[in-house]
Write a protein that binds this ligand. Structure first.
Ligand code: GLU
Length: 511
C-alpha cells in the first residue's frame, strides 16, 4: 500500500457468542494502530453465516467495546461512507464478484448435494487421505461446471438447480505475503481445498465477504488472530484474482493467547476449569441458557483490562508495565508484537487490576463497588462506602474483593471461627468482653481513637494483654482472622452492631 493512504483498520467479529479476551486484544491492537497513525477504526459485523446467528450477540459486542472505551469510528450504529457495516445487509454486493471470478475461470459452480459430498468423503477416504476434501484431487469427480459440459451447466442453471460457487485452487503454486508480525509467510495451494465463496442461498461465505469488504471499505491493515492464518492463501488469491492486489491490506496475524501452562489456546472451558473469566463481560447464551462470567463482572476495571491485554503479545522494549491508553497509543508499534503465543496468567491480571484500584480515589471506587455490594443483597450509602474503600483497598485486587474483604461492614458475619476463640477462652475473658461491650455507650465522641482508648484501659484494669483479646475481638466482628484495624471496624459498624456481635459470640461460648 502506498504510505499516503489514510490508515483504516477493522475489527470484524461474527456475532455468535461471548467476546473472548483475544478478541478484545485484536480490537485493542486495531485501535492503537489506527490512533497512533491518525487513522480510522471500523467495526464490521460478519454475520453471513445465518445458522450461527445468536440473538443479542451484536449488542453484546457493542457493550463490550463501550465498557473498554474502544469506540469505533465507523460501525453499524455509526455509519461512515462505506456502509452498510453488517454483511447480511450487503448481500447484494457480493454476487457480481463471484460472477466475475467464474467468468475469469477462477471459480466454478458446484451442484453437489450434501449426500453427494458425504459420498465423496467416503469414496476417497484412504490411509494416506483420511479426510478427503473438495479439491484438485476430487473436483473432477463431482458435479460442477469444471466436470460437466457447458450445455449441461446452462441447463442446470436454467432450471434453478441449487449451486454454490467454489474457488478453484491452483495446483502446485506457492502464494506468499509479508505479515507484519511473522514476516514472509508462504503457503502451498495444493494443500488447500476449493472453498465455497457463495452459498446456495446467495449469501457469500466469510472468505468472499472479507475480501470484498476489506476492498470496498478501503482497509489498509488487517489484524486478526493467528487462527486465521490457514485462510490467508484463499484471501491472497482472491485479492489477486479480483485484480485488487495493489490495494490489499497489510496483514498482521496476532499471536494466540495461551493457557496458563503455555500449552494451547486459552478457551472458555479453561477459564471455567481454573476459575477465571475469559470473556470481556458476562455472556448468557440465549440458546442453551449457559452463563459465562466476564472480566467486568469479576471486578476488573476497564483501564486495567486494556493495560493487561496490551501486554499479552506486546511490550515497548522497557520494563514498564503500567500504561494509560494515551501512552499505549503513543508507544504502540507492530514491530514489538511477538510472534510467539502469550501465556495468560490470572495472578498477573489481578496484579494489574490492583495497581489501577490503588490509583483511583475513594469516591470513584465507592461508585464502582456499589453493584458488587448490591449483588450481595445489601445497600450502603456513598459516604459509608468511601470509608470502607479507604480502609480495605490495599487488600483488594478485584472490585468483587471489596465484598469478600469487607462484607462485615455491611452485615454480621455468618461464619464465625469459634474454634480459634474457644481454644484459649477463659471466664476472665468472658467477663471482660461482656463488661466492655456494655461500656460502649459511655464513649461520647465515637471514633476509633476513643474506642481504642476505652478498650485498652479496661483491658489493663482486668489484667489482660492485647495478645489475649485482640484476636477474639476481631473474630467476633468479622468472623475470621482478617480485615483492617478492629477499632476502625467498630467505628464504622457502630455501637449497637458491635455490642450485638460480641454478645452473640459470648452466648455461643457459654454453651
Ligand atoms: N469474522 C472473522 C471472525 O469472526 C474475522 C476474521 C478476520 O478478521 O478476517 O473472527
Amino acid at each position: 500500500m502506498s504510505s499516503s493512504k489514510k490508515v483504516r483498520v477493522r475489527f470484524a467479529p461474527s456475532p455468535t457468542g461471548g467476546l473472548h479476551l483475544g478478541g478484545v486484544r485484536t480490537v485493542l491492537y486495531n485501535y492503537l494502530f489506527a490512533k497512533h497513525h491518525g487513522g480510522e477504526f471500523i467495526l464490521r459485523i460478519e454475520d453471513t453465516d445465518q445458522k450461527r446467528f445468536v440473538e443479542g450477540a451484536e449488542d453484546y459486542i457493542f457493550q463490550c467495546l463501550e465498557w473498554c472505551g474502544l469506540q469505533p469510528d465507523e460501525s453499524p450504529r455509526h455509519e461512515g461512507a462505506y456502509g452498510p457495516y453488517r454483511q447480511s445487509e450487503r448481500k447484494h454486493l457480493y454476487f457480481q464478484y463471484a460472477q466475475k471470478l467464474i467468468d475469469d475461470g477462477y471459480a466454478y459452480y458446484a451442484f453437489d448435494t450434501p449426500d453427494e459430498l458425504e459420498e465423496m468423503r467416503k469414496r476417497f477416504k484412504s490411509s494416506s487421505n483420511p479426510t478427503p476434501q473438495y479439491d484438485q484431487a476430487t473436483r473432477m469427480h463431482m458435479r460442477n461446471s469444471l466436470s460437466l459440459s457447458p450445455e449441461k451447466v446452462t441447463e442446470m442453471l436454467g432450471v434453478g438447480t441449487p449451486y454454490v460457487v467454489r474457488l478453484k485452487m491452483p495446483e502446485n503454486t506457492t502464494v506468499s505475503m509479508v505479515d507484519m508480525v511473522r514476516g514472509e509467510v508462504s503457503f502451498e495451494t495444493g494443500l488447500v481445498d476449493d472453498k465455497v465463496l457463495l452459498k446456495a442461498d446467495g449469501m457469500p461465505t466469510y472468505h468472499l465477504a472479507v475480501v470484498v469488504d476489506d476492498y470496498l471499505m478501503k482497509i489498509t491493515h488487517a489484524f486478526r488472530g493467528e487462527e486465521w492464518l490457514p485462510s490467508a492463501p484463499v484471501h491472497l488469491l482472491l485479492w489477486k484474482y479480483l485484480g485488487w492486489e495493489k490495494d490489499m491490506p497489510q496483514w498482521a496475524h496476532l499471536p494466540l493467547i495461551l493457557k496458563p501452562d503455555g500449552h494451547g489456546k486459552l478457551s472458555k472451558r479453561d477459564g471455567e476449569r481454573l476459575g477465571f473469566p475469559v470473556f470481556a463481560m458476562d455472556w448468557a447464551d440465549p440458546n442453551t441458557g449457559e452463563k459465562t462470567i466476564g472480566f467486568r463482572e469479576r471486578g476488573f476495571l476497564p483501564d486495567a483490562f486494556i493495560n493487561l491485554l496490551a501486554l499479552l503479545g506486546w511490550n515497548d522494549g522497557t520494563e514498564q508495565e503500567i500504561f494509560s491508553l494515551e501512552e499505549l497509543i503513543t508507544r504502540f508499534s507492530m514491530d514489538r508484537v511477538h510472534k510467539g503465543g502469550a501465556r495468560f496468567d490470572f495472578e498477573k491480571a489481578k496484579w494489574f487490576n490492583h495497581q489501577y484500584l490503588l490509583q483511583k480515589d475513594n469516591e470513584s471506587l465507592a461508585k464502582m463497588i456499589q453493584p458488587f455490594i448490591a449483588h450481595n443483597g445489601v445497600s450502603a450509602d456513598q459516604e459509608y462506602l468511601e470509608k470502607v474503600v479507604g480502609l480495605i483497598k490495599e487488600r483488594c485486587h478485584l472490585l468483587s474483593d471489596f465484598w469478600t474483604q469487607g462484607h462485615f461492614f455491611f452485615e454480621a458475619p455468618q461464619d464465625i471461627d469459634l474454634k480459634t476463640i474457644s481454644e484459649k477462652w477463659t471466664p476472665q475473658k468472658q467477663y471482660f468482653f461482656s463488661t466492655w461491650a456494655e461500656s460502649l455507650t459511655t464513649i461520647n465522641d465515637w471514633n476509633h481513637q476513643n474506642i481504642e482508648q476505652n478498650f485498652s484501659q479496661q483491658m489493663a484494669e482486668s489484667g489482660l494483654k492485647k495478645g489475649d483479646v485482640l484476636l477474639p475481638l476481631r473474630i467476633m466482628l468479622v468472623g475470621g482472622k482478617y480485615g483492617p484495624g478492629v477499632f476502625e471496624i467498630i467505628e464504622m459498624i457502630g455501637q449497637e452492631q458491635t455490642r450485638q456481635r460480641v454478645s452473640i459470640v459470648l452466648e455461643k461460648l457459654k454453651t
